[in-house]
Design a protein around this ligand. Structure first.
Ligand code: FES
Length: 140
């Protein structure tokens, strides 16, 4: 049912943790399953490149695997290019997810967007194509 890559990222997730004084933090939750995901970004203010990205997920295995893959995909990208890391891109990178688990990958996309929004807000810049995340549930 799960691809090898999903199993790999689930059993050995990359970039788990927190970034102290992160440039941007986004926390999102899915009301239906109750899962929560938080993404931390460390952005180079000059080049706007994401130097580091970490996550914490209180959620299902697919949520862990997608956040792990999402952190790998956004690292090294600029905050503008990071918008390319959609849930579809994350799922493709994981060689697919079962249909009932697609919403888990959406959580990863929303968490990245929420963290980017936080960065943009703090720095008074606009990231074209980025909309205010509705799913951001703040710091609690
Ligand atoms: Fe909720 Fe996967 S079941 S994020």
């Amino acid at each position: 049912m799960y691809s090898e890559k999903v199993m790999d990222h689930f059993t050995n997730p990359r970039n788990v943790g927190e970034i102290e004084d992160a440039s941007g933090v986004g926390t999102v939750g899915n009301a239906k399953c109750g899962d929560i995901m938080r993404i931390y970004l460390d952005v180079d203010d000059e080049t706007k490149v994401i130097k580091d990205c970490k996550f914490k997920t209180f959620g299902c295995g697919a949520a862990v695997a997608t956040s792990s893959m999402a952190t790998e995909l956004v690292m090294g990208k600029t905050i503008y290019e990071a918008l390319e890391v959609t849930n579809k891109a994350v799922m493709e990178a994981l060689d697919g997810l079962p249909p009932v688990k697609v919403h888990c990958s959406l959580l990863a996309e929303e968490a990245i967007h929420a963290a980017l929004w936080d960065y943009a807000k703090k720095n008074n810049i606009e990231i074209e194509g980025l909309e205010e995340p509705k799913a951001d549930i703040g710091d609690e």
